[in-house]
Design a protein around this ligand. Sequence first.
Ligand SMILES: [Zn+2]
Length: 129
Amino acid sequence: MKIKRNAIRCNKCKDIIESTHRHDFRYCSCQAVAVDGGVDYLRRLGEPADYEDLSAFVEDEVFLWRAGHGVLALHEIDDSHLRNIDLHLRTRNDRTPALWASDQKLRSECITPEMEKRGLEPVDEEIPW
Ligand SMILES: [Zn+2]
């Protein structure tokens, strides 16, 4: 699970404050509460009773690539896709998108451009399912 939004609402001044990156430390206007950590971790200052947590999370995205079918998100994959798999594409360490390809030609011609488009990084070993 990774953090999508790191935000709280102060119960005193009603400010909504959001930390958007790791060292983005923000107080509400009455300074009763503060947030920090961005999408890396949730840090709170102040009493829990003084704020409502508005943080949101996303499940790890898992992708699979099959020749001729492009990249599929995990929820799009059914049993027919799991046969004849060429490449795996998934997130690693909770937040680092990663890709592994068995076929170097497919990797260089099809996957590398797709990776670049999606801001993914390659890995050198097969990722077990
Ligand atoms: Zn406040």
